[in-house]
Ligand binder design. Structure first.
Ligand code: FES
Length: 121
């Protein structure tokens, strides 16, 4: 399922910390992602990992780790970073960069709309 409208991010994290322009896609419902965990979805033709933090915030990134393809949806996270489950590189939610030196991940705007998860890619 997807929305038909196109939106422009008004700020916040985008691709590598830049503002993103893209298409908004409904990928599921908020309750599909338990608090404190991540789940993999498809937004259009892009595989994404969406996280719902315990503080209620939402984050989205590419599904595969840029280091060696690890499943980022299975990673651990807090309000600042995501940790890949395979080799434990970390990635900042703010801009996708890795303090440990791995390549950056793409981070995508995500928000809730009437209980639905909307990711813009
Ligand atoms: S595959 Fe993610 S850190 Fe290696």
């Amino acid at each position: 399922m997807s929305l038909t409208r196109t939106e422009t991010s008004a700020g916040g994290p985008g691709l590598f910390g830049t503002r993103a322009t893209g298409t908004a896609h409904v990928v599921g419902r908020v309750e599909d992602v338990p608090p404190g965990e991540g789940r993999a979805f498809v937004a259009g033709d892009v595989q994404v990992a969406v996280f719902r933090l315990r503080d209620g915030s939402l984050h989205a990134t590419q599904a595969a780790c840029p280091h060696a393809g690890g499943p980022l949806a299975d990673g651990q996270t807090d309000t600042d970073v995501l940790v890949c489950p395979l080799h434990l590189y970390t990635f900042r939610w703010a801009d996708g960069t890795s303090p440990g030196g791995a390549g950056p991940v793409r981070v995508y705007p995500v928000h809730e709309e009437d209980g639905r998860l909307v990711v813009t890619v």
